[in-house]
Design a protein around this ligand. Sequence first.
Ligand code: AHR
Length: 504
Amino acid sequence: MLKATMHIDPSFQVAPVDDRVYSSFIEHLGRAVYDGIYCPDHSTADALGFRQDVKDLIRPLHIPLIRYPGGNFVSGYRWEDGVGPRESRPVRLDRAWRTLETNQVGPNEFAVWCKDIGAQMMMAVNLGTRGIDDACNLVEYCNHPSGSLYSNLRISHGVKEPYGIKVWCLGNEMDGPWQVGHKTADEYGRLALETARAMRKIDDKIQLVASGSSFPEMPTFPDWEATVLGHVYEDVDFLSIHQYLGDTTHDLKDFLAKSLTTEYFIRSVLATCDYVKAQKRSKKDMMLSFDEWNLWYHSVGGDEAYMKKTPWQYAPSLVEDIYTMADAAVFGTMLITILKHADRVKIACLAQLVNVIAPIMTVPGGGEAWLQTIYYPFLHATQYGHGTVLYTPAKSPKYDSKNFTDVPYLESVAVYNEEAGEVTVFAVNRSTEESLELEVQLNAFSSCELIEHIAMSHEDHTIVNGPSAARVQPRKVSGAQVQDKTLTAQLSPISWNVLRLKVK
Ligand code: AHR
């Protein structure tokens, strides 16, 4: 059996967890909005047409921010199309996904939906086909109290109080040639700077996210970051990063190691931020908004061919990956990696939330809603991952795979919730064959007891859930124990684990 050790000491702190790392994302894409959260004919639909049963599955996640309305979609979006009387809203051709956009859901309906699930909106502005004026008009519409053209327009649409939307994204993936209105780093940097300054004139309380590279393999990474930050460093609060992992080489051991690329990506982006900080003799540390992260590979390829052949459909099934147990483990390693960078990653959005690369699915045509494997690690993190991330040196046996060397079998992080007197260890065993015995030294605490060990694993790592088929779910497991301030637990092969401790 493999054996790994960890030391947990509450004085070795990385940083408090910013709860906004448990945010998510809903884009006007495929069946995320239409036939996902919005389904006016559904038996559980509310007055605006939103599915209550889907909201009930989202609520336990306590999502603080939901990024909206895109994604690639935002780069051609006209927000004015989505406000005012629904019957007079135009049907548009969405050029990003080549589908029909009816605009039956827009910022005001989405705001009601967010309030209902206890989330705030994280709004993106269109810097693809539009620019400074439209971004400012949207800030005025959403955040200005009254007495001006766009604030009065909002009031005439039945929304008396301003929304006070705090976090705004300056465009989306503007480095990508697939983006409508794709720009060079200099073009984007200049536009983002002037837009940021103008938006802050309307509302000086907003926080702004500049668009970083779409993924680490982009040929323009990290020059994109250096150039863009060269323009906007002092005028934005966050730089965005996006990454989707996948078993693209059909090699399980390699796939299970993929979060090492996330670690590399975060470190490289931070190094670039710090380089610009030094260049500018700045006192400010740039924070990261990891506003798209997940696994995305099952549906890649098929969707593009489908949309080429049959474009301009309403709510087609697009980007609907069905996640396996192994995917849930890789998802867990990504989540752990994000938490380990709690000092600089202050926002992270699981992309996305419903139907599109999502933890929550609905059967097309208003059918049953069901939970994917990846729902559970996210749920656990949002339930127990509050407090302070601790620096926890771990010793783990390692392996080499096709593209990686020295991959630790154990991926783990500890979060200390001082108020509740609890420590939670999130851990993944990457081994495909062997259980891993984890030994955690807790000498720094005067007392500690195990609350529970929750684990998710399956003898078949390809197992998936489906409608009325929750084949793989977390369960409480026995066997873990604390003796002489040492916790021991067995982690099954390819497993996600949550070890909860009561400490003093
Ligand atoms: O989340 C799906 C898409 O992935 C988003 O629209 C885009 O920003 C990214 O490429």
